[in-house]
Design a protein around this ligand. Structure first.
Ligand code: ZN
Length: 343
Protein backbone atom coordinates (compact mmCIF):
# COMPACT_ATOMS: atom_id res chain seq x y z
CA UNK A 1 0.00 0.00 0.00
CA UNK A 2 1.18 3.53 -0.60
CA UNK A 3 2.73 5.20 2.37
CA UNK A 4 1.36 8.64 3.03
CA UNK A 5 2.82 9.88 6.24
CA UNK A 6 1.21 12.62 8.28
CA UNK A 7 3.99 15.08 7.79
CA UNK A 8 1.98 18.30 7.83
CA UNK A 9 0.76 17.69 11.34
CA UNK A 10 4.14 16.68 12.67
CA UNK A 11 6.11 19.32 10.86
CA UNK A 12 3.85 22.19 11.71
CA UNK A 13 4.48 21.42 15.31
CA UNK A 14 8.16 20.63 14.84
CA UNK A 15 10.49 23.39 15.92
CA UNK A 16 14.22 23.51 16.05
CA UNK A 17 15.34 21.21 18.79
CA UNK A 18 15.93 22.78 22.13
CA UNK A 19 18.40 21.15 24.47
CA UNK A 20 15.50 19.96 26.56
CA UNK A 21 12.79 18.26 24.53
CA UNK A 22 10.68 16.89 27.37
CA UNK A 23 9.05 17.74 30.62
CA UNK A 24 10.11 14.87 32.86
CA UNK A 25 7.43 14.08 35.41
CA UNK A 26 7.99 11.61 38.21
CA UNK A 27 4.63 9.82 38.40
CA UNK A 28 5.69 7.25 41.01
CA UNK A 29 8.87 6.06 42.64
CA UNK A 30 11.06 4.97 39.71
CA UNK A 31 8.44 5.77 37.06
CA UNK A 32 8.77 8.84 34.84
CA UNK A 33 6.64 10.35 32.08
CA UNK A 34 8.51 12.19 29.33
CA UNK A 35 5.96 14.66 28.02
CA UNK A 36 7.00 16.11 24.65
CA UNK A 37 7.37 19.87 24.74
CA UNK A 38 5.62 21.88 22.02
CA UNK A 39 7.36 20.86 18.82
CA UNK A 40 8.37 17.43 20.10
CA UNK A 41 4.78 16.45 20.41
CA UNK A 42 4.87 12.73 21.27
CA UNK A 43 5.44 11.32 24.74
CA UNK A 44 7.52 8.55 26.19
CA UNK A 45 8.09 7.06 29.61
CA UNK A 46 10.88 5.36 31.49
CA UNK A 47 10.90 2.95 34.39
CA UNK A 48 13.98 2.54 36.57
CA UNK A 49 14.29 -1.02 37.89
CA UNK A 50 16.87 -2.45 40.26
CA UNK A 51 19.25 -3.44 37.46
CA UNK A 52 18.11 -1.63 34.32
CA UNK A 53 15.79 0.88 32.71
CA UNK A 54 12.73 0.22 30.51
CA UNK A 55 11.78 2.92 27.99
CA UNK A 56 8.39 3.31 26.31
CA UNK A 57 8.46 4.86 22.79
CA UNK A 58 11.26 6.75 21.05
CA UNK A 59 9.80 9.81 19.26
CA UNK A 60 10.17 11.13 15.71
CA UNK A 61 13.83 12.07 15.80
CA UNK A 62 16.84 10.09 17.10
CA UNK A 63 18.12 13.43 18.48
CA UNK A 64 15.03 13.65 20.68
CA UNK A 65 15.61 10.08 21.86
CA UNK A 66 19.17 11.15 22.72
CA UNK A 67 17.70 14.08 24.67
CA UNK A 68 15.63 11.60 26.65
CA UNK A 69 18.69 9.42 27.26
CA UNK A 70 20.38 12.51 28.73
CA UNK A 71 17.38 12.98 31.02
CA UNK A 72 17.47 9.32 32.07
CA UNK A 73 21.15 9.70 32.92
CA UNK A 74 20.31 12.57 35.26
CA UNK A 75 18.12 10.13 37.21
CA UNK A 76 20.13 6.90 37.10
CA UNK A 77 23.35 5.39 35.78
CA UNK A 78 21.63 2.06 35.08
CA UNK A 79 21.54 1.04 31.43
CA UNK A 80 18.43 0.98 29.24
CA UNK A 81 17.86 -2.69 28.55
CA UNK A 82 14.32 -2.68 27.08
CA UNK A 83 12.50 -0.38 24.69
CA UNK A 84 8.76 -0.88 24.14
CA UNK A 85 7.39 0.27 20.77
CA UNK A 86 3.69 0.87 21.48
CA UNK A 87 2.88 0.97 17.73
CA UNK A 88 4.55 1.56 14.36
CA UNK A 89 3.92 5.29 13.81
CA UNK A 90 7.09 7.25 12.99
CA UNK A 91 6.66 9.65 15.91
CA UNK A 92 6.91 6.67 18.27
CA UNK A 93 9.71 4.55 16.75
CA UNK A 94 12.06 6.60 14.58
CA UNK A 95 14.33 7.23 17.57
CA UNK A 96 14.83 3.49 18.28
CA UNK A 97 18.42 3.46 17.04
CA UNK A 98 19.55 5.90 19.73
CA UNK A 99 19.27 3.22 22.41
CA UNK A 100 21.35 0.56 20.73
CA UNK A 101 23.90 3.29 19.92
CA UNK A 102 24.06 4.39 23.55
CA UNK A 103 23.70 1.05 25.36
CA UNK A 104 24.90 -1.59 22.89
CA UNK A 105 23.44 -4.76 21.43
CA UNK A 106 21.92 -6.00 24.70
CA UNK A 107 18.94 -3.66 24.24
CA UNK A 108 15.76 -5.60 23.43
CA UNK A 109 12.99 -3.86 21.48
CA UNK A 110 9.57 -5.23 22.43
CA UNK A 111 6.45 -5.00 20.28
CA UNK A 112 3.35 -6.85 19.20
CA UNK A 113 3.88 -8.97 16.03
CA UNK A 114 1.77 -6.65 13.85
CA UNK A 115 3.84 -3.64 14.89
CA UNK A 116 7.05 -5.27 13.72
CA UNK A 117 5.37 -6.17 10.41
CA UNK A 118 4.12 -2.59 10.03
CA UNK A 119 7.50 -1.06 10.85
CA UNK A 120 8.91 -3.20 8.03
CA UNK A 121 6.03 -2.60 5.63
CA UNK A 122 5.12 1.01 6.40
CA UNK A 123 7.51 2.88 8.70
CA UNK A 124 10.69 2.02 6.80
CA UNK A 125 9.22 2.96 3.39
CA UNK A 126 7.86 6.15 4.97
CA UNK A 127 11.41 7.27 5.85
CA UNK A 128 12.30 7.16 2.15
CA UNK A 129 9.08 8.93 1.23
CA UNK A 130 9.71 11.70 3.75
CA UNK A 131 13.33 12.00 2.65
CA UNK A 132 12.80 12.10 -1.09
CA UNK A 133 9.41 13.76 -1.34
CA UNK A 134 7.45 15.03 1.65
CA UNK A 135 10.13 17.04 3.44
CA UNK A 136 11.86 18.51 0.34
CA UNK A 137 8.45 19.56 -1.01
CA UNK A 138 7.49 21.16 2.31
CA UNK A 139 10.83 23.01 2.33
CA UNK A 140 10.19 24.26 -1.21
CA UNK A 141 6.72 25.50 -0.30
CA UNK A 142 8.05 27.42 2.69
CA UNK A 143 10.97 28.89 0.74
CA UNK A 144 8.57 30.03 -1.96
CA UNK A 145 6.21 31.58 0.58
CA UNK A 146 9.08 33.42 2.27
CA UNK A 147 10.51 34.62 -1.06
CA UNK A 148 7.14 35.87 -2.26
CA UNK A 149 6.01 37.19 1.11
CA UNK A 150 2.69 35.33 0.78
CA UNK A 151 1.33 32.16 2.34
CA UNK A 152 -0.13 29.25 0.32
CA UNK A 153 -3.53 30.99 0.20
CA UNK A 154 -1.99 34.18 -1.17
CA UNK A 155 -2.30 36.15 2.06
CA UNK A 156 0.62 38.46 2.82
CA UNK A 157 2.91 37.18 5.57
CA UNK A 158 2.79 39.15 8.80
CA UNK A 159 5.84 39.53 11.02
CA UNK A 160 4.43 36.71 13.13
CA UNK A 161 3.65 34.28 10.29
CA UNK A 162 7.01 35.05 8.68
CA UNK A 163 8.79 34.19 11.92
CA UNK A 164 6.75 30.98 12.20
CA UNK A 165 7.60 30.01 8.62
CA UNK A 166 11.29 30.70 9.18
CA UNK A 167 11.27 28.57 12.30
CA UNK A 168 9.44 25.75 10.48
CA UNK A 169 11.92 25.95 7.63
CA UNK A 170 14.90 25.65 9.98
CA UNK A 171 13.20 22.71 11.67
CA UNK A 172 12.48 20.96 8.37
CA UNK A 173 16.04 21.39 7.22
CA UNK A 174 17.45 19.89 10.39
CA UNK A 175 14.86 17.08 10.19
CA UNK A 176 15.91 16.35 6.60
CA UNK A 177 19.52 15.97 7.77
CA UNK A 178 18.41 13.58 10.51
CA UNK A 179 16.30 11.54 8.11
CA UNK A 180 19.42 10.82 6.04
CA UNK A 181 20.94 9.14 9.10
CA UNK A 182 17.91 7.14 10.23
CA UNK A 183 18.31 3.38 10.27
CA UNK A 184 15.09 2.09 11.72
CA UNK A 185 15.86 -0.43 14.43
CA UNK A 186 13.32 -3.26 14.40
CA UNK A 187 11.67 -4.94 17.37
CA UNK A 188 13.84 -7.86 18.48
CA UNK A 189 11.25 -9.59 20.64
CA UNK A 190 7.62 -9.79 19.56
CA UNK A 191 4.55 -11.34 21.13
CA UNK A 192 0.85 -11.88 20.49
CA UNK A 193 -1.27 -11.03 23.56
CA UNK A 194 0.99 -10.21 26.48
CA UNK A 195 4.48 -10.13 27.83
CA UNK A 196 5.44 -9.62 31.46
CA UNK A 197 8.85 -8.52 32.71
CA UNK A 198 9.19 -9.93 36.23
CA UNK A 199 11.71 -7.70 37.97
CA UNK A 200 12.78 -7.72 41.61
CA UNK A 201 11.10 -4.40 42.32
CA UNK A 202 8.04 -4.60 40.10
CA UNK A 203 6.26 -6.47 37.32
CA UNK A 204 5.83 -4.67 34.01
CA UNK A 205 2.88 -5.95 32.01
CA UNK A 206 2.65 -5.29 28.29
CA UNK A 207 -0.79 -6.05 26.83
CA UNK A 208 -2.24 -6.26 23.35
CA UNK A 209 -6.03 -6.07 23.52
CA UNK A 210 -6.79 -6.15 19.78
CA UNK A 211 -6.94 -3.68 16.91
CA UNK A 212 -7.39 -0.05 17.84
CA UNK A 213 -5.39 3.03 16.85
CA UNK A 214 -3.40 0.65 14.62
CA UNK A 215 -3.47 -3.15 14.36
CA UNK A 216 -0.61 -3.55 16.86
CA UNK A 217 -1.00 -1.13 19.79
CA UNK A 218 0.13 -2.22 23.22
CA UNK A 219 -0.21 -0.66 26.65
CA UNK A 220 2.40 -0.86 29.42
CA UNK A 221 0.76 -1.48 32.77
CA UNK A 222 2.38 -1.25 36.20
CA UNK A 223 0.04 -2.93 38.69
CA UNK A 224 2.07 -1.99 41.77
CA UNK A 225 2.14 1.72 40.92
CA UNK A 226 -1.32 1.69 39.25
CA UNK A 227 0.03 3.41 36.14
CA UNK A 228 -0.65 2.78 32.46
CA UNK A 229 1.29 4.06 29.43
CA UNK A 230 -1.15 3.92 26.56
CA UNK A 231 0.62 4.90 23.33
CA UNK A 232 -1.94 6.55 21.06
CA UNK A 233 -4.85 4.36 22.16
CA UNK A 234 -5.49 7.29 24.51
CA UNK A 235 -4.39 10.91 24.01
CA UNK A 236 -5.70 14.26 25.19
CA UNK A 237 -7.94 14.60 22.11
CA UNK A 238 -9.49 12.19 19.62
CA UNK A 239 -6.50 10.07 18.61
CA UNK A 240 -5.28 10.02 15.00
CA UNK A 241 -7.58 7.81 12.91
CA UNK A 242 -5.84 7.09 9.60
CA UNK A 243 -4.71 3.55 10.52
CA UNK A 244 -7.43 2.83 13.07
CA UNK A 245 -10.08 0.13 13.47
CA UNK A 246 -12.63 2.27 15.33
CA UNK A 247 -15.33 -0.34 15.97
CA UNK A 248 -12.78 -2.79 17.40
CA UNK A 249 -11.01 -0.02 19.33
CA UNK A 250 -13.97 0.27 21.72
CA UNK A 251 -13.34 -3.13 23.27
CA UNK A 252 -9.62 -2.31 23.57
CA UNK A 253 -10.54 0.83 25.52
CA UNK A 254 -12.88 -1.20 27.71
CA UNK A 255 -10.10 -3.68 28.46
CA UNK A 256 -7.86 -0.77 29.44
CA UNK A 257 -10.62 0.55 31.68
CA UNK A 258 -10.87 -2.79 33.52
CA UNK A 259 -7.24 -2.58 34.67
CA UNK A 260 -6.66 -1.04 38.09
CA UNK A 261 -4.83 2.26 37.53
CA UNK A 262 -5.05 5.85 38.65
CA UNK A 263 -2.62 7.66 36.30
CA UNK A 264 -2.20 7.39 32.53
CA UNK A 265 0.78 8.47 30.44
CA UNK A 266 -0.87 9.04 27.04
CA UNK A 267 0.80 9.09 23.62
CA UNK A 268 0.25 12.83 23.31
CA UNK A 269 -0.71 15.44 25.91
CA UNK A 270 -0.14 15.63 29.63
CA UNK A 271 -0.30 12.93 32.31
CA UNK A 272 -3.93 12.06 33.07
CA UNK A 273 -5.20 11.61 36.62
CA UNK A 274 -7.96 9.02 36.78
CA UNK A 275 -9.99 7.42 34.02
CA UNK A 276 -12.07 10.48 33.06
CA UNK A 277 -10.53 11.07 29.63
CA UNK A 278 -10.68 7.35 28.81
CA UNK A 279 -14.36 7.32 29.74
CA UNK A 280 -15.01 10.34 27.52
CA UNK A 281 -13.26 8.59 24.63
CA UNK A 282 -15.26 5.39 25.14
CA UNK A 283 -18.53 7.38 25.22
CA UNK A 284 -17.61 9.25 22.04
CA UNK A 285 -16.43 6.15 20.16
CA UNK A 286 -19.58 4.22 21.06
CA UNK A 287 -21.86 7.02 19.86
CA UNK A 288 -19.78 7.62 16.74
CA UNK A 289 -19.61 3.96 15.69
CA UNK A 290 -23.34 3.48 16.40
CA UNK A 291 -24.20 6.53 14.30
CA UNK A 292 -22.13 5.29 11.37
CA UNK A 293 -23.67 1.81 11.62
CA UNK A 294 -27.13 3.38 11.61
CA UNK A 295 -26.33 5.53 8.57
CA UNK A 296 -25.06 2.49 6.65
CA UNK A 297 -28.17 0.51 7.62
CA UNK A 298 -30.35 3.34 6.29
CA UNK A 299 -28.56 3.22 2.94
CA UNK A 300 -27.05 6.70 3.28
CA UNK A 301 -24.00 7.83 1.34
CA UNK A 302 -20.91 8.77 3.29
CA UNK A 303 -21.39 12.44 2.36
CA UNK A 304 -24.96 12.41 3.64
CA UNK A 305 -23.86 10.62 6.80
CA UNK A 306 -21.16 13.22 7.48
CA UNK A 307 -23.77 15.96 7.17
CA UNK A 308 -26.41 14.29 9.30
CA UNK A 309 -24.41 12.69 12.13
CA UNK A 310 -24.35 15.12 15.03
CA UNK A 311 -21.82 14.32 17.75
CA UNK A 312 -21.37 17.92 18.89
CA UNK A 313 -22.33 17.02 22.45
CA UNK A 314 -18.85 15.44 22.72
CA UNK A 315 -17.00 18.47 21.33
CA UNK A 316 -16.17 19.94 24.71
CA UNK A 317 -14.33 16.77 25.76
CA UNK A 318 -11.67 16.81 23.04
CA UNK A 319 -10.25 20.27 22.43
CA UNK A 320 -10.25 22.56 19.41
CA UNK A 321 -9.50 19.91 16.76
CA UNK A 322 -12.75 18.08 17.43
CA UNK A 323 -14.51 18.99 14.14
CA UNK A 324 -11.73 17.68 11.87
CA UNK A 325 -10.96 14.67 14.09
CA UNK A 326 -14.64 13.77 14.23
CA UNK A 327 -14.94 13.77 10.42
CA UNK A 328 -11.78 11.65 10.15
CA UNK A 329 -13.24 9.21 12.67
CA UNK A 330 -16.54 8.94 10.78
CA UNK A 331 -14.72 8.36 7.48
CA UNK A 332 -12.44 5.70 8.92
CA UNK A 333 -15.33 3.92 10.66
CA UNK A 334 -17.29 3.97 7.43
CA UNK A 335 -14.38 2.31 5.65
CA UNK A 336 -13.96 -0.26 8.41
CA UNK A 337 -17.66 -1.19 8.55
CA UNK A 338 -17.88 -1.32 4.74
CA UNK A 339 -15.06 -3.87 4.64
CA UNK A 340 -12.67 -1.46 2.92
CA UNK A 341 -9.81 -1.95 5.38
CA UNK A 342 -7.80 -5.16 5.08
CA UNK A 343 -7.85 -7.27 8.22
ZN1 ZN B 1 0.08 6.94 16.52
Amino acid sequence: MPVIFVLPLLLLSAQTGSAQSFDIIRVADGVYAAIGKPGVFSNGAFIVNKDEVVVVDTHLRPSWARDLIAEIRKVTDKPVRYVVDTHWHPDHIQGNQAYVSAFGPMVEYLAQHNTRDDILGKAIPSVQEQLTKDVPEAIQRLEKALAEGKDSRGNPLTAETRAQSESQLASLKSYLEELKQIQITLPTLTFDRSLILHKPDRAIHIYYFGKGHTRGDVVVYLPKEKIIATGDLLTNGIPFMRDAYPSQWISVLESMHKLDWSQAIPGHGGVQQGKGQLEKLIAYMKDMVAAVKDAIAKGMTLDDAKKSIDLSKHAGDFGPNFPQSNVAAIERTWAELSGKIPD
